[in-house]
Ligand binder design. Structure first.
Ligand SMILES: CC(C)(COP(=O)(O)OP(=O)(O)OC[C@H]1O[C@@H](n2cnc3c(N)ncnc32)[C@H](O)[C@@H]1OP(=O)(O)O)[C@@H](O)C(=O)NCCC(=O)NCCS
Length: 215
């Protein structure tokens, strides 16, 4: 099968690019870190081989057009410092879910905000989505701050929706509508260029609906 295309999204300090096999050690470091995984939808990875399997699964999913999965890479050295994804796309209803994570060494610098802004711009300006949603543990203060700073509205609580490592947790559902995006993004954009350059054009609007994949 011909590889589906994934656009390169260029920010001021970070780029969003396709994951590469040489990112596997960084994937392992990120997804084995209990701080990063505290509110994630699975338990921390235990072995580098788990990260290699995760890479293969994500790579296949991108090729199959099931979701858009980026590495967050520093512009200075192209080193992967996080991940960001658009998944559960529903073309008929023009919506998708967003997921993001940063290696904990890079928290507190606005890199995740810059990444999420790039993905929002791609989703609304290029893919013509109507709505982006996020499913967050209500105790996940860093994620909640990020989403609210970018204009996502808290829309409700789904009780006891996840069971991870024996712990049951709720989902706080956040949503951002295309018509809300220009004003919220302008407010936050002063720190982040959303110079999105599509180097390969994809047909991401035609993804099949996809409900539960790794964030
Ligand atoms: C969620 C997560 C990505 C947030 O990381 P983060 O670095 O705090 O997020 P941001 O990129 O928005 O950075 C904001 C922080 O950087 C600071 N900052 C510094 N320079 C900044 C800049 N140039 N622009 C924006 N913020 C900046 C902000 O003041 C803010 O600090 P605060 O949290 O103390 O208020 C991170 O906590 C994480 O990876 N968590 C684990 C994975 C996870 O739970 N993901 C969500 C699942 S849906």
């Amino acid at each position: 099968m011909a590889a589906a295309t994934l656009p390169l999204l260029e920010g001021t300090r970070i780029n969003l690019r396709r994951l590469r096999v040489d990112d596997v050690p960084a994937l392992f470091a990120q997804f084995s870190d209990p701080k990063v995984m505290r509110y994630w939808s699975r338990t921390p990875l235990m072995r580098v081989d788990d990260a290699r399997e995760m890479f293969d699964e994500l790579d296949r999913g991108v090729d199959a057009g099931e979701f858009l999965q980026w590495a967050i890479a520093r512009r200075t050295d192209d080193k992967m410092i996080g991940t960001c994804a658009l998944f559960s796309q529903n073309a008929a209803h023009r919506r998708a879910e967003i997921g993001f994570a940063l290696a904990s060494a890079h928290w507190g610098h606005g890199y995740a905000q810059e990444a999420v802004q790039l993905v929002i711009a791609q989703a609304f300006d290029v893919l013509d989505f109507h709505r982006i949603e996020a499913d967050v543990d209500p105790r996940n203060a860093g994620s909640v701050r990020l989403l609210e700073r970018l204009g996502f509205k808290h829309e409700g609580l789904l009780r006891e929706r996840w069971q991870v490592g024996g712990e049951i947790s709720d989902s706080a559902i956040y949503g951002l509508l295309a018509r809300e995006y220009p004003s919220t993004s302008n407010a936050a954009m002063d720190r982040c260029a959303h110079d999105v350059r599509t180097i390969e054009s994809g047909d991401a609007g035609n993804f099949p609906g996809h409900d539960e994949i790794p964030k």
